[in-house]
Design a binder for this molecule. Structure first.
Ligand code: ZN
Length: 144
């Protein structure tokens, strides 16, 4: 196969919520996670990748595991904001700085929730489905 088509970048494909197999097809039915704040709208996905036909929902209950991913992501984000806060503003038990961090971090987690819910699915599917440069010539991955 020729190399005429450029390989979509790993990080770009991840943050743009693209299919892990071809890195081209969108994983969600509409691009904006904030268009509607109903969970089933946020997580509305086509059954298969429109580009490479990779099935997204690999088995019944497949997305159950994303709970752990979003938990880990939320935790990592909290650690990041804590460290940033500590370095930039400092922490002290003598004033309310730690509570300001708690409050702002909580608001941030709530505001980012729709995006996190989607991102968790992207990351989770990536654990099972790997990039295939020649996706046109291979069968999509199936669970059996
Ligand atoms: Zn695909």
């Amino acid at each position: 196969m020729s190399d005429s088509k450029p390989t979509p970048n790993y990080w770009w494909a991840t943050f743009a919520n693209k299919c892990p197999r071809c890195r081209r097809g969108p994983m969600f039915s509409n691009n904006n996670p904030y268009r509607s704040l109903k969970a089933d709208m946020i997580l509305e996905m086509p059954e298969k990748c429109p580009v490479c036909q990779q099935k997204y929902d690999l088995e019944p209950g497949f997305w159950y595991g994303t709970g752990y991913v979003s938990y880990a992501l939320a935790f990592a984000m909290s650690v990041t904001t804590f460290v940033a806060w500590y370095v930039l503003l400092g922490m002290s038990i003598d004033d309310s700085r730690v509570f300001w961090w708690l409050g702002i971090n909580s608001v941030l987690l709530v505001v980012l929730q729709p995006w996190l819910m989607r991102f968790s699915r992207v990351v989770y599917l990536r654990l099972f489905v790997h990039f295939d440069k020649e996706y046109e010539n291979h069968q999509p991955k199936e669970f059996d």
